[in-house]
Every structure is written in C-alpha cells, then in structure tokens.
Design a protein around this ligand. Structure first.
Ligand code: HMG
Length: 391
C-alpha cells in the first residue's frame, strides 16, 4: 500500500544561466523547419552558460534563497547531484558549501547516475531525515547539457539548477513509499571522461526511456503503489518536452488505455513551462517540471503527483508525492519567472563562441570574462584550481 510519509520537499528554488538562445536562431543557422523544434521536440529556447558560469554558480544561486529563508543551522548534509561534474575527486557541493557560508559540521557529497542522480539524492536525503527528523538536507541538482555543434542533440541542450530542502515537516510535497525501480545496462547516452560533450544514440535513448517507464510502473504496481487514476499530474524527466508526451502516452498504453492528446495535455501540460524555454537540465529537469506545476497549476492541495525520473545508462524510478495544503504561500513563482526572463538573448554567433569556449589546461592564471548577472561567478582557473566569488 502507498504510504504518505511525513518527509518531503519543504522548499524548492531554481536558477539558470545568464544567456538564452532561441530555437529560431538555431533553425535559421541550420535550415531546419522551426516546426520540428517548436512542435516536434517541444522546445522554444535553451539556457547557455557564460564563461564564468558553471554547475557551482548555478547550484549556489539556486540554494542561496533557501538559506536566507530558513537559515543553515539544521542543515547537516548537502547532496550535490550532477552529470556535468567539474572535478573527478572534489564534490562541486564543497564549493557551494563555501560560497553559502554553511557550517563546517556538514556532510557534503556528489552523486552521479546521469539525469537520475537528483532522485537518488532526494531518496538519500529522505533516509537521513528518517533517521534524524531534526536534520534538514539540502539537495542540489545542477547541470549543463552540451552536445556537439550541428548534431541532432544540439537542439536539446540547456542548463539549470534546482535546490530543495528536505525536512520532516515539508511545506510543499510529501514523498511517498513505495517507489518503482528499473535498471538496464544500455548505451543510449554517455560522456567518457575525456569528452566535454555527450555522445548519444538518439532513437535508442527514446526507446530506453520508454522501456524504463514501463519497467518502473510495473515494479511500482507490484510494490503496492497507487493506481493511475489517482494522480492529478505527472512530472517526467524532460530532455525535451515532447518526451514527456511520449512517456505519458506509453504509460497510458501500458495500462490499457486508448490515448487522446487532451488526456496527455491534462496530465502533463502544466509541467513543461520551464523546460520548454530552459532546455535539458539533466538532473534538475524533473524537479523543474515540479516547479512549473506548483507555480502554474490550479490548487493541488492534498493531490497526488507522479514522478518519473530517468537517467541514461540507465536507471529510473517512479514515485508519488502528495502536495501539502497551504503550499502556495511558500512558492517562489516570481523569482522563478525573473530567472527565466532575465536571461540575455544570444545570436547564433555569440552562442557558438560560448559553446567553443574552454580554459587552457596549462596550469596558468586564466581569469574569465565577467559575463554572468547571477550572484556567484567562476572568476578564474589558477594553477588548475577553480576560483569562485560572490558578485
Ligand atoms: P532528430 O533526428 O533531430 O529528430 O532527433 P527526428 O527526425 O526524430 O524528429 C523529431 C520529431 O520532430 C519527430 O517527431 C518528427 O516527426 C518531428 P516524433 O516522430 O518523435 O513524434 N518533426 C516535425 N514536427 C513538426 N514540424 C516539422 C517537423 N520535422 C520533424 N517540420 C532527438 C531528435 C531527440 C533524438 C535528438 O535531438 C537527440 O538525440 N537528443 C538527445 C537525446 C535525448 O534527448 N534523448 C531523450 C531520451 S534519453 C534521456 O532523456 C536522458 C538524457 O536526458 C541524458 C541523461 O539521462 O543524462 C538525454
């Protein structure tokens, strides 16, 4: 039987980069009919990182409002989920810990399994709070999605970070037991350590995602989860928003329903508003879907929401959360709108320059151009060390 644990998401805040490329500019460059981007994959624009922005600056920018609202006293763990890691050894979370001035009595760790990592972090956080209900855990999911220029994946790039405070008395969403789990060893999308941009077998990745939807749902049912009809909405991982349509159609078909587009729109329509203009934010994507749902849907108090978290490779989890009555008083709708609308428009040439930008690796002193308008910046790479500063 599904059980509504008291533990869950107490606060949620997101940040993105300072720059945006509209898909119209990409379509004009490569001669693609804009309908393919706007309708075929459901994307309108993508966040692009400036030279002084990365997963740390976005992660710190997402988490800072949470710390200023709740303080840091009860936060004893910071879990940083990413697949665009900046170091093979040191957790990006340690830089964020420093930038936010968190207490030294904190456990900090980075987690990875493609886009699934943030859900692993959320479940890890729930376990810790279950053991010590006085503890609060800061979960940060931060990623920059980057594919080769002029490749099919290019239109599905993006960047964002989501920070969530996980507590025993959540104001937003209570996370339920059970979860449906699914793992399969597939090479649909991967990024070897020596590469900056991901490699992908696009059609294989869509098939693998849909198999994971089916696999997690089957396990979720076997574990005694809720029936499909009980859910008010579904937050899917959205590498591009059309993927959420494909996934929900597949779930409905798996459950024996005929599908018409209006059923799908009703279930996921409110979850795509951020991802369609931000692009793929990997680990953050499914929680950006939640932010969009909470910020824009009619009152969901007491209503169950389904989550499907997918990470290539692949690992996936289906779980439910119940929206806490009174949640609307705790939302950050205006700040989220500003984060998206405040980005500066790039033309194609400026985007290409940023895409190709990288630090020399000679160990010298390499200051970055001041580009971001966010609260934190990557100021330099000096002696192979990343130097961050608060603006
Ligand atoms: P593509 O080859 O550029 O596009 O690849 P396509 O030819 O498949 O067309 C896409 C859709 O646009 C099709 O619709 C076309 O019909 C339609 P569908 O058949 O799929 O419903 N279309 C049009 N619609 C309207 N007007 C037009 C028009 N022309 C065509 N004029 C692909 C697309 C997504 C594969 C590519 O962008 C890609 O490889 N992206 C990266 C991989 C990806 O996002 N995979 C998603 C699943 S895996 C995942 O989610 C994990 C991931 O986030 C990583 C992680 O876990 O870490 C990626």
């Amino acid at each position: 039987m599904a059980s509504d644990s008291a533990i869950g998401i107490h606060d949620l805040s997101f940040a993105t980069t300072g720059f945006v490329l509209p898909h119209t500019a990409l379509a004009e460059h490569n001669g693609t009919d804009i309908g393919k981007y706007h309708v075929g994959i459901g994307q309108h624009s993508m966040s692009v990182a400036g030279a002084d922005e990365d997963i740390v600056t976005m992660g710190a920018a997402a988490a800072a409002p949470i710390i200023s609202r709740h303080g840091a006293d009860q936060i004893r763990t910071l879990v940083f989920a990413t697949e665009s890691s900046i170091d093979q050894a040191k957790s990006a979370g340690v830089y964020v810990h420093s930038l936010l001035g968190l207490p030294s009595a904190t456990r900090v760790v980075e987690l990875k399994q493609a886009c699934y990592g943030a859900t692993a972090a959320l479940q890890f956080a729930i376990g810790l709070v279950h053991r010590d209900p006085a503890q609060r855990v800061l979960v940060i999911a931060s990623d920059i999605s980057k594919y080769e220029l002029d490749s099919p994946g290019e239109a599905t790039q993006g960047a964002a970070a989501v920070a969530m405070l996980v507590t025993a008395d959540p104001a937003l969403v209570r996370i339920e037991e059970p979860s449906g789990l699914f793992t399969a060893d597939v090479m649909d999308f991967w990024r070897p350590n020596y590469r900056d941009a991901a490699l992908v077998d696009g059609q294989e990745s869509i098939t693998a995602y849909l198999q994971a939807v089916e696999g997690t749902w089957k396990d979720y049912q076997e574990q005694g989860g809720r029936s499909l009809e009980e859910f008010s909405a579904f937050c899917y991982h959205q590498p591009f928003t059309k993927m959420a349509h494909k996934a929900h159609r597949h779930l409905l078909n798996t459950c024996g329903y005929d599908t018409d587009e209006s059923d799908i729109k009703r279930a996921i329509g409110q979850t795509t508003a951020c991802n369609t203009v931000v692009g793929n934010s990997y680990t953050a994507s499914v929680y950006l879907a939640l932010a969009a749902l909470l910020d824009h849907a009619d009152d969901l108090s007491g209503r169950p929401v389904g989550f499907l978290s997918y990470g290539s490779g692949s690992v996936a989890e289906f779980f439910a959360g119940t929206v806490v009555p009174g949640y609307r008083a705790h939302l950050r709708t205006e700040a989220h709108r500003e984060a998206i609308e405040g980005r500066r428009l790039l033309d194609y040439a400026a985007y290409r320059e940023l895409h190709e930008w990288s630090f020399p690796t000679d160990g010298g002193d390499h200051p970055t151009p001041a580009q971001t308008t966010g609260p934190f910046r990557l100021a330099a790479l000096r002696g192979h060390k990343r130097i961050y500063e608060r603006r």
